[in-house]
Write a protein that binds this ligand. Structure first.
Ligand SMILES: [Zn+2]
Length: 405
């Protein structure tokens, strides 16, 4: 890390050094300037649930959170399960100036877990990331066939590891809090069973698997073993699993209801250590917008799973982990850009690189209250955080900036 000005011209980094002059400036004193964040797990809700978010509003929320690229998940209606449908999402994303928008293709037709989607046609259209997120790929047979096909394209299956037979009707983590509240819990083994299945299938087929939102210490152990064996396995963790444990649910606040659920204090410590060590490769938001009537007002039993995350992710990570600048930008930008194939993102700030940048002040304290996202289902509301995105630059244009105090 060096102390310097950054000059941007024609959408690229034109100079890095002391005393640079330009027509427009962003004050960055004391802040880090690094490559823009890249999110491999964003629910943009379009098509089908635009009252929660759409591609344009999600892109604006992403920019406000320091992101310059996002990868949309496939649990929309309809799901992007054909070359035409993924192209529709990419075209909508192309029209949005704030961030680069990529999309996952669904692994199975309609994400129904019955038959494979047209994986080869989507891969031929340039899709490199496939997921039935919201659900795991339903059977070992479908997962195995998909890995065989996608291995030929160097594509990755991003897996929501949840054995649905163990979690039906469950609301939160199975443990002391679920027993206290008298609600059905999701056991940790519901996550590790699917991870173990997928690691074995990856070893057999050579296909690459990315484990989404890792939440348990046992999951970390399985992933570490697979990596030690040289398997093509990567993993992500969310800011909320790095921050909260299941005791937050004692007050039955539905804003702490998500999948996978918030786990124990020991699990939080394990996923923090794993991200620090690089066993878990990246931070991903699992930004999951829901309207107020679907979350806060609905109560714990009937409230929707999931929370928004784009605008609080970087601050939450900085608050929980206190990384140095190199590790921070690696986990939020460089590693996800590499994994998701975002060639114009995640590079060190050097002359000639595309000007996709984030200015982050690691010392600034603030408290989230309002959001750019169309939804506001966030358990971070009213919680003091340390570290703030001061500005975001996409293709040389400021897509977000706040006035420094
Ligand atoms: Zn998921």
């Amino acid at each position: 890390m060096i102390d310097a000005d950054v000059l941007i011209s024609n959408g690229r980094v034109a100079a890095v050094g002391a005393g640079l002059r330009a027509d427009h400036t962003i004050a960055c004193d004391g802040a880090w300037v690094g490559p823009g964040f890249v999110d491999l797990h964003t629910h943009l809700r379009e098509p089908g649930q635009e009252h929660k978010e759409d591609i344009a509003s999600g892109a604006r929320a992403a920019a406000a959170g320091g992101y310059t690229a996002v990868l949309a998940m496939a649990n929309t209606s309809p799901a992007p399960d054909t070359a035409d449908r993924v192209q529709w999402v990419l075209d909508r994303g192309e029209a949005v100036p704030d961030v680069e928008v990529a999309t996952a293709g669904a692994v199975t037709r309609g994400r129904r877990g019955e038959e494979l989607a047209d994986l080869a046609a989507m891969a031929d259209a340039g899709i490199r990331w496939f997921s039935d997120d919201g659900d795991a790929v339903a059977t070992a047979d479908l997962m195995r066939q998909a890995l065989v096909i996608l291995e030929r394209y160097g594509a990755i299956i991003s897996e929501h590891a949840e054995d649905a037979s163990l979690t039906a009707g469950a609301l939160i983590h199975e443990g002391e809090v679920s027993r206290l509240l008298g609600v059905k819990g999701m056991p940790a083994v519901a996550e590790t069973l699917i991870i173990a299945r997928d690691l074995l299938l990856s070893a057999e087929t050579g296909g690459a698997v990315h484990i989404q939102h890792v939440s348990t210490a046992a999951s970390v152990e399985l992933i570490a073993q697979a990596k030690a064996q040289g398997l093509p396995i990567t993993a992500e963790v969310t800011p909320h699993h790095l921050t909260f444990d299941h005791t937050e649910l004692k007050g039955r606040n539905p804003l702490f209801k998500m999948k996978p659920p918030l786990r124990t204090e020991a699990d939080v410590a394990a996923v923090r250590d794993a991200l620090r060590a690089g066993i878990v490769d990246v931070v991903a938001t699992d930004h999951a917008p829901h309207a107020p009537g679907e979350t806060e007002e609905a109560g714990l039993a009937s409230g929707a799973f999931g929370i928004i995350g784009l605008e609080t992710a970087a601050a939450a990570v900085n608050t929980a982990l206190d990384f140095d600048a190199e590790t921070f930008f690696d986990r939020l930008s460089m590693a996800p850009a590499r994994l998701g194939g975002f060639d114009d993102h995640g590079a060190p700030v050097t002359v000639g690189q595309p000007a996709n940048l984030t200015v982050f002040d690691p010392a600034q304290h603030w408290t989230p209250e309002r959001f750019v996202s169309r939804s506001r289902n966030s358990p971070f509301i009213g919680r003091p955080l340390r570290g703030r995105v001061i500005a975001t630059v996409h293709q040389g244009r400021a897509t977000h900036r706040i006035d420094t105090p």
